[in-house]
Design a protein around this ligand. Sequence first.
Ligand SMILES: Nc1ncnc2c1ncn2[C@@H]1O[C@H](COP(=O)(O)OP(=O)(O)OP(=O)(O)O)[C@@H](O)[C@H]1O
Length: 294
Amino acid sequence: MTQSDSVSPYPEPANGRGENANPPLQQAQGKGLPAFDEDKPLLSASGVSKFYGSRIGCEDVSIDIWPGEVLAVVGESGSGKTTLLNCISTRLMPTTGTVTYRMRDGHIRDLYRMGEAERRFLMRTDWGFVHQNPADGLRMTVSAGANVGERLMATGARHYGDIRATAGDWLGRVEIAEDRIDDQPRAFSGGMRQRLQIARNLVTGPRLVFMDEPTGGLDVSVQARLLDLLRGLVTDLGLAVVVVTHDLAVARLLSHRMVVMKDGRVIETGLTDRVLDDPRAPYTQLLVSSILQA
Ligand SMILES: Nc1ncnc2c1ncn2[C@@H]1O[C@H](COP(=O)(O)OP(=O)(O)OP(=O)(O)O)[C@@H](O)[C@H]1O
């Protein structure tokens, strides 16, 4: 990735004082972007590589995630999407490179130089991680209410009545009937489990959510409903999201910006509609046309 790829995707400062004259992307995208009043990325990955022995997982990736933006990471199977996601979410230590994060107090921190306890706290409170398989992100043998409520407790909530009320409210937001609050997720359908996993992740008001193929493995009609719901929540909450998907339709619907990977490297990046409507790299052209023909 070139240097210019990793700078702000938004219009250059127009007045020389670091302020944008135009609201970023809003006219270009029309996807309900929140106002961006923060002028620094939330998360920056610089020169991130991960090698599994001699095999390349991802190589020399530099990306910025901006507050409130949805960034899709796309590419075919084995292109390094999950490896990159895991490296930037501190689930997998990169072989080389740095990943920094702008904390709520404004300090920029190197994630891999943080203590384990602090990193875990950050992951519990300021981040979410939505797995493709809901069972990986839920506790299957405790109630739906407890799945949501225990995340609140991890951030200090103690009042049982408040926790239960908030959990019930969140079940409603993800379209799970409140009278299912005491049911365990193993009694839920795949789509309900995924929506519960989303509620569990969003209840603490994170600023950044990582998603690995969040609609993978679901029926097409269930996928469409889930995508609609996700899109609404992400917009309402002004979340920054990094979503890994091999499905360009998911990227089109959810994301503002896209990163295309091949063989572990980023080969194209840009606004989603631009990349999909006017792909520049030959590989992206192939990817887009093969999907369109499918
Ligand atoms: N634990 C591992 N050990 C060895 N090689 C791995 C490991 N995990 C991933 N790889 C290799 O790293 C490369 C990138 O894999 P990765 O899972 O990141 O790709 P992906 O784009 O997410 O693929 P998919 O869409 O199929 O999940 C592949 O060549 C893969 O075989």
